[in-house]
Design a protein around this ligand. Sequence first.
Ligand code: UDP
Length: 475
Amino acid sequence: MGKLKFFFFPMMAQGHMIPTLDMAKLFSSHGVDATIITTPLNAPHFTRSIQRTHHSSISVLTIKFPAAEAGLPEGCESIDQISSPDMIPSFFRATDMLQDPLERLLQDSRPHCLVADMFFPWATHVAAKFDIPRLVFHGTSFFAMCALQTLRLYKPQRTVSSDDEHFVLPNLPHKIMLTRLQLPENDRHGTETDWTRFLRKAEEAELSSYGIVVNSFYELEPDYADHYRNVLGRKAWHIGPVSLFNREVEDKAHRGKESAIEELECLKWLDSKKPNSVIYVCFGSTTDFTVSQLYEIAMGLEASGQQFIWVVRKGKNEDEENDEKWLPEGFEERIKDKGLIIRGWAPQVLILDHESIGGFVTHCGWNSILEGVCAGVPMVTWPVFAEQFYNEKLVTEILRIGIGVGARQWQMRVGSDCIKREAIAAAVKRVMEAGEEAEGVRSRARALKDMAKKAVEEGGSSYADLKTLIQELSS
Ligand code: UDP
């Protein structure tokens, strides 16, 4: 067989496209020709980076995103552009319409393998039509996949009578407790919903696929990597953390969207601070906070007395964005030597990897957690939705490299269960200030950083799994 040709088809969401580009680079560094399939407005995220890094064995193919046909505003091609939960079904309707164009691309190009997002269950069937193996990419941890599967199998949320009573997720390697409040609203009673029906379809597609590629490394969650394979019977390869593939400043600074701060300005600010003296606060690409919650974060950061970088996503509501009601009176003036507010997109990996960063307040998106692990920084966990409450458990209870801020409720828009400034300040201080607890958390985080680096180096666990996968597909 000549050079292996892989197609990568990520969900149109930053948290899926960013690691997919890293995966494409990783596979191409192992001699694979990688093609990323995406929609026209998302293509520049990939092409800019590919051109800058002269990756000649990575290309991009686009297929039209049928926004208008699905009832979405023209130009809405990515999850982070969804401004209200009512738009989500339309977004999924539009993604379902990508099936035929994908089929035509496969027919024309006949790659050797299709790595498609779990959000496209139909991709297994499309690949099978051309006798091409399909790999699934979830973009999350082994732990979260195991927890979700356990919930689906045993429905332990049915055993409690109120939303804030704890129940155990049965049959997992550790005793993990959750409340119904930490589950999506339509999953709180273990009944059949559109979402559970979708998950079942995704599971069937996964079981009949060639297997799953996981952006994680064995040493991070060995019990769950084993559980997923041996108890749940899935065929999986761990190949991460894929973000470690970005070694140059330029690569770290330009991931996802265009940054709202010049990289030199950002580095100059970081360089002016002492090692481990700044907490980085960022909630990923889709989290939506109300004005009152943003206000509490500002007050909490100020009350913590710590230096910080705070990334504030521009408000989805124009008025909120324009009149900046979320900023307490005189806040910026008061914090000007201590804090940096980035309005919009931040060069996250560049920031996390800087020696002045001593902690990370995170929404527990899996990419962010892995990037925090790779930087060796302890975390303040503040899960909001998706599978983030599971990831929090991994960080705070199993790895013990983070401290929870006290988020109790899964919600699409943070606000109704506002986290107060006192809780924010207290969690930030617990992670940043000297003391036995902070030292323990910090030293465990540092040890994991070294393990992550080793995993992707020649001879490491992720390197070996990637090699095995490529060899298996070559033969
Ligand atoms: N990210 C970034 N700058 C930002 C916000 C996010 O570079 O201002 C990146 C972050 O480094 C990560 C991804 O966007 O790679 C977010 O993925 P994650 O799984 O953490 O969260 P999601 O956005 O999917 O909720």
